[in-house]
Design a binder for this molecule. Structure first.
Ligand code: ATP
Ligand code: MG
Length: 416
Protein backbone atom coordinates (compact mmCIF):
# COMPACT_ATOMS: atom_id res chain seq x y z
CA UNK A 1 0.00 0.00 0.00
CA UNK A 2 1.25 3.45 -0.86
CA UNK A 3 1.29 6.17 1.74
CA UNK A 4 1.42 9.93 1.27
CA UNK A 5 5.09 11.02 1.36
CA UNK A 6 6.42 11.83 4.82
CA UNK A 7 5.64 15.40 5.85
CA UNK A 8 2.65 15.76 3.50
CA UNK A 9 -1.03 15.58 4.36
CA UNK A 10 -4.35 14.69 2.78
CA UNK A 11 -6.86 17.38 3.64
CA UNK A 12 -10.27 15.72 3.81
CA UNK A 13 -13.57 17.63 3.59
CA UNK A 14 -13.99 17.80 7.39
CA UNK A 15 -10.86 19.96 7.88
CA UNK A 16 -11.61 22.15 4.87
CA UNK A 17 -13.73 24.65 6.86
CA UNK A 18 -10.51 25.66 8.68
CA UNK A 19 -8.73 26.16 5.40
CA UNK A 20 -11.51 28.19 3.78
CA UNK A 21 -11.88 30.29 6.90
CA UNK A 22 -8.17 31.12 7.16
CA UNK A 23 -7.76 31.77 3.44
CA UNK A 24 -10.86 33.92 3.13
CA UNK A 25 -10.13 36.00 6.24
CA UNK A 26 -6.51 36.49 5.16
CA UNK A 27 -7.55 37.45 1.66
CA UNK A 28 -10.21 39.92 2.74
CA UNK A 29 -7.88 41.60 5.25
CA UNK A 30 -5.16 41.84 2.58
CA UNK A 31 -7.65 43.37 0.14
CA UNK A 32 -8.72 45.88 2.79
CA UNK A 33 -5.08 47.08 2.83
CA UNK A 34 -5.10 47.41 -0.98
CA UNK A 35 -3.29 44.17 -1.85
CA UNK A 36 -3.96 42.17 -5.04
CA UNK A 37 -3.40 38.46 -5.49
CA UNK A 38 -0.38 37.06 -7.32
CA UNK A 39 0.28 33.44 -8.28
CA UNK A 40 3.77 32.39 -9.35
CA UNK A 41 4.92 28.96 -10.58
CA UNK A 42 5.36 26.11 -8.11
CA UNK A 43 8.94 25.64 -9.36
CA UNK A 44 11.60 28.16 -10.29
CA UNK A 45 15.23 28.17 -11.41
CA UNK A 46 17.28 26.82 -8.51
CA UNK A 47 19.61 29.82 -8.84
CA UNK A 48 16.81 32.20 -7.84
CA UNK A 49 16.75 30.73 -4.34
CA UNK A 50 20.50 30.05 -4.07
CA UNK A 51 21.30 33.67 -4.82
CA UNK A 52 18.65 35.33 -2.65
CA UNK A 53 17.80 33.11 0.31
CA UNK A 54 21.52 32.60 0.94
CA UNK A 55 24.04 29.75 0.81
CA UNK A 56 24.38 29.58 4.57
CA UNK A 57 20.67 29.25 5.40
CA UNK A 58 18.81 26.11 6.46
CA UNK A 59 16.65 26.35 3.35
CA UNK A 60 19.57 26.22 0.92
CA UNK A 61 21.79 23.96 3.01
CA UNK A 62 19.34 21.20 3.67
CA UNK A 63 15.73 21.88 2.75
CA UNK A 64 15.30 22.48 -0.99
CA UNK A 65 13.59 20.01 -3.28
CA UNK A 66 15.83 20.49 -6.30
CA UNK A 67 15.88 18.47 -9.48
CA UNK A 68 16.97 18.52 -13.08
CA UNK A 69 14.15 18.28 -15.59
CA UNK A 70 14.38 16.37 -18.88
CA UNK A 71 15.81 19.44 -20.54
CA UNK A 72 18.66 19.60 -17.99
CA UNK A 73 17.25 22.70 -16.26
CA UNK A 74 18.03 23.01 -12.54
CA UNK A 75 14.70 23.61 -10.86
CA UNK A 76 13.51 23.82 -7.25
CA UNK A 77 10.05 23.44 -5.76
CA UNK A 78 9.31 26.83 -4.23
CA UNK A 79 10.51 26.87 -0.58
CA UNK A 80 9.42 30.50 0.05
CA UNK A 81 7.46 33.23 -1.67
CA UNK A 82 9.47 36.44 -1.60
CA UNK A 83 12.13 35.64 -4.20
CA UNK A 84 9.57 34.43 -6.79
CA UNK A 85 7.40 37.53 -6.24
CA UNK A 86 10.43 39.82 -6.65
CA UNK A 87 11.45 37.89 -9.77
CA UNK A 88 7.93 38.47 -11.15
CA UNK A 89 8.02 42.15 -10.13
CA UNK A 90 11.09 42.62 -12.31
CA UNK A 91 10.15 40.29 -15.14
CA UNK A 92 6.63 41.71 -15.50
CA UNK A 93 7.75 45.34 -15.34
CA UNK A 94 5.81 46.07 -12.16
CA UNK A 95 8.14 48.93 -11.37
CA UNK A 96 6.15 50.90 -13.93
CA UNK A 97 3.07 50.63 -11.71
CA UNK A 98 2.25 52.96 -8.81
CA UNK A 99 4.68 52.14 -5.96
CA UNK A 100 4.62 50.39 -3.66
CA UNK A 101 3.11 47.42 -5.49
CA UNK A 102 1.08 45.47 -2.93
CA UNK A 103 0.74 41.74 -3.56
CA UNK A 104 -0.49 38.75 -1.59
CA UNK A 105 -0.18 35.02 -2.23
CA UNK A 106 -1.45 31.82 -0.71
CA UNK A 107 0.12 28.62 -1.96
CA UNK A 108 2.07 25.46 -1.08
CA UNK A 109 5.76 25.61 -0.16
CA UNK A 110 8.22 22.71 -0.08
CA UNK A 111 11.03 22.20 2.41
CA UNK A 112 12.80 19.04 3.48
CA UNK A 113 12.09 19.85 7.14
CA UNK A 114 11.82 17.45 10.09
CA UNK A 115 8.09 16.65 10.19
CA UNK A 116 6.23 17.20 13.47
CA UNK A 117 3.12 19.07 14.62
CA UNK A 118 2.98 22.34 12.66
CA UNK A 119 6.01 21.40 10.55
CA UNK A 120 5.63 19.67 7.20
CA UNK A 121 7.50 19.14 3.96
CA UNK A 122 4.64 20.43 1.87
CA UNK A 123 3.06 23.27 3.80
CA UNK A 124 1.15 26.40 2.91
CA UNK A 125 1.77 30.05 3.42
CA UNK A 126 -0.26 33.17 3.16
CA UNK A 127 2.13 36.02 2.47
CA UNK A 128 2.26 39.64 1.36
CA UNK A 129 4.90 41.81 -0.27
CA UNK A 130 4.92 45.63 -0.56
CA UNK A 131 7.59 46.51 -3.10
CA UNK A 132 8.89 49.95 -4.05
CA UNK A 133 8.62 52.13 -0.94
CA UNK A 134 11.07 52.19 1.95
CA UNK A 135 8.98 54.37 4.29
CA UNK A 136 8.62 53.03 7.84
CA UNK A 137 4.87 53.66 7.49
CA UNK A 138 4.81 50.79 4.97
CA UNK A 139 6.48 48.53 7.56
CA UNK A 140 3.80 49.52 10.06
CA UNK A 141 0.98 48.73 7.63
CA UNK A 142 2.51 45.34 6.80
CA UNK A 143 2.75 44.53 10.51
CA UNK A 144 -0.80 45.81 11.08
CA UNK A 145 -2.01 43.63 8.21
CA UNK A 146 -0.46 40.57 9.86
CA UNK A 147 -1.89 41.38 13.29
CA UNK A 148 -5.33 42.26 11.87
CA UNK A 149 -5.42 39.03 9.88
CA UNK A 150 -4.57 36.89 12.92
CA UNK A 151 -7.06 38.88 15.01
CA UNK A 152 -9.79 38.36 12.40
CA UNK A 153 -9.40 34.61 12.92
CA UNK A 154 -10.15 35.14 16.61
CA UNK A 155 -6.60 34.31 17.71
CA UNK A 156 -5.59 36.05 20.90
CA UNK A 157 -2.51 36.18 23.11
CA UNK A 158 -0.08 36.91 20.31
CA UNK A 159 3.31 38.50 20.77
CA UNK A 160 4.94 40.65 18.11
CA UNK A 161 8.73 40.58 18.32
CA UNK A 162 10.77 43.12 16.44
CA UNK A 163 14.37 43.93 15.61
CA UNK A 164 16.39 45.92 13.10
CA UNK A 165 19.38 44.26 11.48
CA UNK A 166 20.44 47.39 9.59
CA UNK A 167 21.50 47.99 6.03
CA UNK A 168 24.03 46.02 3.97
CA UNK A 169 26.54 48.83 4.57
CA UNK A 170 26.15 48.46 8.36
CA UNK A 171 26.65 44.72 8.18
CA UNK A 172 30.48 44.36 7.97
CA UNK A 173 31.08 46.28 11.21
CA UNK A 174 28.40 44.26 12.98
CA UNK A 175 29.73 40.95 11.66
CA UNK A 176 33.18 41.95 12.92
CA UNK A 177 31.75 42.73 16.34
CA UNK A 178 30.08 39.30 16.37
CA UNK A 179 33.32 37.58 15.34
CA UNK A 180 35.27 39.43 18.02
CA UNK A 181 32.71 38.38 20.57
CA UNK A 182 32.52 34.71 19.57
CA UNK A 183 36.20 34.08 18.75
CA UNK A 184 37.25 33.31 22.37
CA UNK A 185 34.41 30.74 22.49
CA UNK A 186 35.03 28.76 19.29
CA UNK A 187 35.56 25.56 21.28
CA UNK A 188 31.93 25.78 22.46
CA UNK A 189 30.53 25.89 18.92
CA UNK A 190 29.34 22.76 17.11
CA UNK A 191 30.32 22.06 13.50
CA UNK A 192 27.38 23.99 11.98
CA UNK A 193 27.90 27.03 14.20
CA UNK A 194 31.65 26.90 13.62
CA UNK A 195 31.00 27.16 9.88
CA UNK A 196 28.54 30.01 10.45
CA UNK A 197 31.20 31.84 12.42
CA UNK A 198 33.29 31.90 9.23
CA UNK A 199 30.61 32.40 6.60
CA UNK A 200 27.84 34.41 8.28
CA UNK A 201 28.16 35.02 12.04
CA UNK A 202 24.71 36.69 12.03
CA UNK A 203 23.27 33.19 11.80
CA UNK A 204 24.90 32.30 15.16
CA UNK A 205 22.22 34.39 16.88
CA UNK A 206 19.69 31.92 15.47
CA UNK A 207 21.56 28.87 16.83
CA UNK A 208 19.33 26.23 18.40
CA UNK A 209 22.33 24.61 20.15
CA UNK A 210 21.66 24.68 23.95
CA UNK A 211 25.40 25.06 24.65
CA UNK A 212 25.44 28.32 22.67
CA UNK A 213 22.36 29.88 24.31
CA UNK A 214 24.16 31.39 27.33
CA UNK A 215 26.67 33.02 24.98
CA UNK A 216 23.90 34.72 23.04
CA UNK A 217 22.70 36.71 26.06
CA UNK A 218 25.54 39.20 25.87
CA UNK A 219 26.26 39.04 22.16
CA UNK A 220 26.58 42.41 20.41
CA UNK A 221 23.25 43.84 19.28
CA UNK A 222 22.50 44.78 15.70
CA UNK A 223 20.59 47.87 16.89
CA UNK A 224 23.86 49.18 18.35
CA UNK A 225 25.47 48.96 14.90
CA UNK A 226 22.90 50.73 12.75
CA UNK A 227 24.06 53.43 10.35
CA UNK A 228 22.27 56.80 10.36
CA UNK A 229 19.50 55.99 7.84
CA UNK A 230 18.72 52.56 9.35
CA UNK A 231 18.74 54.08 12.83
CA UNK A 232 16.29 56.77 11.75
CA UNK A 233 14.03 54.18 10.10
CA UNK A 234 14.10 52.02 13.27
CA UNK A 235 13.13 54.95 15.51
CA UNK A 236 10.42 56.05 13.07
CA UNK A 237 8.99 52.51 12.91
CA UNK A 238 8.75 52.26 16.70
CA UNK A 239 7.18 55.70 16.95
CA UNK A 240 4.52 54.84 14.34
CA UNK A 241 3.79 51.52 16.06
CA UNK A 242 3.23 53.39 19.30
CA UNK A 243 1.00 55.90 17.49
CA UNK A 244 -1.25 53.14 16.13
CA UNK A 245 -1.21 51.22 19.41
CA UNK A 246 0.53 48.08 18.16
CA UNK A 247 2.42 46.45 21.04
CA UNK A 248 5.78 44.88 20.33
CA UNK A 249 8.75 43.40 22.14
CA UNK A 250 12.26 44.11 20.97
CA UNK A 251 14.25 40.92 20.48
CA UNK A 252 17.92 41.55 19.81
CA UNK A 253 18.50 37.96 18.74
CA UNK A 254 15.86 37.98 16.03
CA UNK A 255 17.77 37.78 12.72
CA UNK A 256 15.50 35.52 10.58
CA UNK A 257 16.49 32.54 8.51
CA UNK A 258 16.97 34.16 5.12
CA UNK A 259 19.93 36.27 4.01
CA UNK A 260 18.07 38.94 2.10
CA UNK A 261 16.66 40.79 5.10
CA UNK A 262 17.69 44.36 5.95
CA UNK A 263 16.43 46.75 8.65
CA UNK A 264 13.08 45.58 10.02
CA UNK A 265 12.60 41.92 10.96
CA UNK A 266 9.62 40.63 12.93
CA UNK A 267 7.84 37.49 14.04
CA UNK A 268 4.48 36.83 15.65
CA UNK A 269 4.31 34.07 18.26
CA UNK A 270 1.46 32.59 20.27
CA UNK A 271 1.93 32.79 24.06
CA UNK A 272 2.15 29.00 24.35
CA UNK A 273 5.75 28.43 23.41
CA UNK A 274 6.85 25.53 21.28
CA UNK A 275 9.68 24.60 18.96
CA UNK A 276 7.68 25.77 15.95
CA UNK A 277 5.98 28.66 17.57
CA UNK A 278 6.28 31.42 14.96
CA UNK A 279 2.95 31.76 13.19
CA UNK A 280 4.12 34.57 11.01
CA UNK A 281 7.49 36.02 10.09
CA UNK A 282 8.77 38.74 7.83
CA UNK A 283 10.92 41.73 7.27
CA UNK A 284 12.38 44.28 4.94
CA UNK A 285 14.55 43.25 1.98
CA UNK A 286 15.83 46.49 0.49
CA UNK A 287 18.70 44.82 -1.41
CA UNK A 288 16.86 41.88 -2.92
CA UNK A 289 15.56 43.35 -6.17
CA UNK A 290 18.99 44.78 -6.94
CA UNK A 291 20.52 41.40 -6.19
CA UNK A 292 18.21 39.97 -8.86
CA UNK A 293 19.63 42.42 -11.38
CA UNK A 294 17.02 45.19 -11.02
CA UNK A 295 17.39 48.79 -9.89
CA UNK A 296 17.74 49.47 -6.18
CA UNK A 297 14.18 48.94 -4.87
CA UNK A 298 13.04 48.58 -1.26
CA UNK A 299 10.54 45.92 -0.23
CA UNK A 300 8.95 44.38 2.83
CA UNK A 301 6.68 41.41 3.45
CA UNK A 302 5.76 38.51 5.67
CA UNK A 303 4.60 34.93 5.39
CA UNK A 304 2.27 33.15 7.78
CA UNK A 305 2.03 29.35 7.92
CA UNK A 306 -1.54 28.24 7.26
CA UNK A 307 -1.06 24.92 9.12
CA UNK A 308 0.28 26.87 12.12
CA UNK A 309 -2.68 29.26 12.06
CA UNK A 310 -5.03 26.26 12.02
CA UNK A 311 -3.07 24.55 14.81
CA UNK A 312 -3.51 27.67 16.94
CA UNK A 313 -7.23 27.93 16.12
CA UNK A 314 -7.59 24.36 17.36
CA UNK A 315 -5.51 25.06 20.46
CA UNK A 316 -7.72 28.05 21.25
CA UNK A 317 -10.90 26.02 20.53
CA UNK A 318 -11.98 28.33 17.73
CA UNK A 319 -14.50 26.66 15.38
CA UNK A 320 -14.52 27.88 11.80
CA UNK A 321 -17.90 28.56 10.20
CA UNK A 322 -19.18 25.69 8.00
CA UNK A 323 -17.80 25.92 4.47
CA UNK A 324 -20.95 24.59 2.77
CA UNK A 325 -24.69 24.52 3.50
CA UNK A 326 -26.32 21.43 4.98
CA UNK A 327 -27.66 19.34 2.07
CA UNK A 328 -31.25 18.48 1.25
CA UNK A 329 -31.60 14.73 0.67
CA UNK A 330 -34.10 13.33 -1.82
CA UNK A 331 -35.38 9.93 -0.65
CA UNK A 332 -37.65 7.65 -2.67
CA UNK A 333 -39.44 4.30 -2.73
CA UNK A 334 -39.82 2.53 -6.07
CA UNK A 335 -38.32 2.93 -9.53
CA UNK A 336 -40.58 5.66 -10.84
CA UNK A 337 -40.11 7.66 -7.62
CA UNK A 338 -36.34 7.31 -8.00
CA UNK A 339 -36.46 8.67 -11.53
CA UNK A 340 -38.75 11.53 -10.42
CA UNK A 341 -36.30 12.14 -7.54
CA UNK A 342 -33.38 12.50 -9.96
CA UNK A 343 -35.35 15.14 -11.88
CA UNK A 344 -36.41 16.94 -8.71
CA UNK A 345 -32.83 17.03 -7.39
CA UNK A 346 -31.64 18.59 -10.65
CA UNK A 347 -34.35 21.26 -10.53
CA UNK A 348 -33.59 22.13 -6.91
CA UNK A 349 -29.85 22.43 -7.62
CA UNK A 350 -30.60 24.78 -10.48
CA UNK A 351 -32.51 26.86 -7.89
CA UNK A 352 -29.30 27.08 -5.87
CA UNK A 353 -29.86 24.35 -3.28
CA UNK A 354 -27.37 21.65 -2.27
CA UNK A 355 -29.09 18.36 -3.01
CA UNK A 356 -28.06 14.72 -2.63
CA UNK A 357 -30.04 11.79 -4.03
CA UNK A 358 -30.19 9.10 -1.34
CA UNK A 359 -28.57 5.76 -2.18
CA UNK A 360 -30.99 2.98 -3.14
CA UNK A 361 -31.90 1.35 0.18
CA UNK A 362 -35.01 0.98 2.34
CA UNK A 363 -36.69 4.27 3.17
CA UNK A 364 -35.61 3.83 6.78
CA UNK A 365 -31.98 3.37 5.74
CA UNK A 366 -32.24 6.41 3.45
CA UNK A 367 -33.38 8.47 6.46
CA UNK A 368 -30.40 7.24 8.46
CA UNK A 369 -28.18 8.17 5.53
CA UNK A 370 -29.74 11.66 5.48
CA UNK A 371 -28.95 12.25 9.12
CA UNK A 372 -25.40 10.92 8.74
CA UNK A 373 -24.66 13.44 5.97
CA UNK A 374 -26.13 16.20 8.14
CA UNK A 375 -29.21 16.86 5.97
CA UNK A 376 -31.39 19.69 7.21
CA UNK A 377 -34.42 18.48 5.27
CA UNK A 378 -35.44 15.35 3.39
CA UNK A 379 -37.84 15.21 0.47
CA UNK A 380 -39.62 11.85 0.35
CA UNK A 381 -41.17 10.51 -2.85
CA UNK A 382 -43.28 7.33 -2.81
CA UNK A 383 -46.11 5.92 -4.90
CA UNK A 384 -48.68 7.85 -2.83
CA UNK A 385 -46.85 11.16 -3.33
CA UNK A 386 -46.38 10.57 -7.08
CA UNK A 387 -50.10 9.91 -7.49
CA UNK A 388 -50.88 13.32 -5.95
CA UNK A 389 -47.92 15.24 -7.48
CA UNK A 390 -46.65 16.10 -4.03
CA UNK A 391 -43.56 15.35 -2.03
CA UNK A 392 -43.26 14.84 1.73
CA UNK A 393 -40.92 17.44 3.22
CA UNK A 394 -39.35 16.33 6.49
CA UNK A 395 -37.51 18.76 8.73
CA UNK A 396 -34.78 16.71 10.36
CA UNK A 397 -34.20 18.93 13.38
CA UNK A 398 -37.87 19.34 14.26
CA UNK A 399 -38.77 15.78 13.25
CA UNK A 400 -41.91 17.13 11.54
CA UNK A 401 -43.16 16.51 8.04
CA UNK A 402 -45.86 17.69 5.66
CA UNK A 403 -46.74 17.42 1.99
CA UNK A 404 -45.96 20.16 -0.53
CA UNK A 405 -46.59 20.30 -4.30
CA UNK A 406 -43.60 18.88 -6.23
CA UNK A 407 -43.61 21.81 -8.61
CA UNK A 408 -42.69 24.31 -5.93
CA UNK A 409 -40.84 22.12 -3.42
CA UNK A 410 -37.89 24.52 -3.61
CA UNK A 411 -39.94 27.38 -2.17
CA UNK A 412 -40.80 25.31 0.88
CA UNK A 413 -37.26 24.41 1.76
CA UNK A 414 -36.11 26.55 4.63
CA UNK A 415 -32.77 28.27 4.05
CA UNK A 416 -29.84 26.23 5.34
P1 ATP B 1 11.20 27.83 11.56
O1 ATP B 1 12.24 28.51 12.36
O2 ATP B 1 9.96 27.44 12.34
O3 ATP B 1 11.72 26.71 10.69
P2 ATP B 1 11.38 29.58 9.33
O4 ATP B 1 12.16 30.75 9.75
O5 ATP B 1 12.01 28.51 8.52
O6 ATP B 1 10.62 28.94 10.57
P3 ATP B 1 9.89 31.19 7.49
O7 ATP B 1 10.73 30.89 6.34
O8 ATP B 1 10.00 32.50 8.12
O9 ATP B 1 10.05 30.05 8.59
O10 ATP B 1 8.37 30.91 7.11
C1 ATP B 1 7.30 31.73 7.61
C2 ATP B 1 6.27 30.91 8.29
O11 ATP B 1 5.96 29.73 7.54
C3 ATP B 1 6.71 30.34 9.65
O12 ATP B 1 6.54 31.30 10.64
C4 ATP B 1 5.76 29.19 9.82
O13 ATP B 1 4.49 29.64 10.24
C5 ATP B 1 5.63 28.67 8.42
N1 ATP B 1 6.53 27.52 8.17
C6 ATP B 1 7.84 27.53 7.90
N2 ATP B 1 8.31 26.29 7.71
C7 ATP B 1 7.25 25.46 7.86
C8 ATP B 1 7.06 24.04 7.78
N3 ATP B 1 8.06 23.22 7.48
N4 ATP B 1 5.82 23.55 8.01
C9 ATP B 1 4.78 24.36 8.29
N5 ATP B 1 4.89 25.70 8.38
C10 ATP B 1 6.10 26.24 8.17
MG1 MG C 1 12.73 26.56 8.91
Amino acid sequence: MYQAPRGTADLLPDVQPYWSFVRSQAESVARSFGYGRIDTPIFEDTGLFLRTVGEETDIVQKEMYSFKDRGDQNLTLRPEGTAPVCRAYLEQGMRNLAQPVRLFYTCPMFRYDRPQAGRYRQFHQFGVEAIGDGDAAVDVEVIQLAMTMLGSLGLSDLTLVLNSIGDATDRPAYLNALRDYFSPHLDKLGADDRRRFDTNPLRLLDSKDPAVQPLLENAPRSVDHLGGPAQEHWEQLKAYLNDVGVHYEEDHRLVRGLDYYTRTVFEIHPKVEGAQSAICAGGRYDGLIEQLGGPSTPGIGFAAGIERMILNLQRQNIEPPPDRPAPVVVAYRGDSAKSRGLQLAAVLRSEGLTVILAPERSLKAQMRYASSVGASQVLILGEAELAKDVVTLRDMAAGEQHEVPIADAGRHIVGT
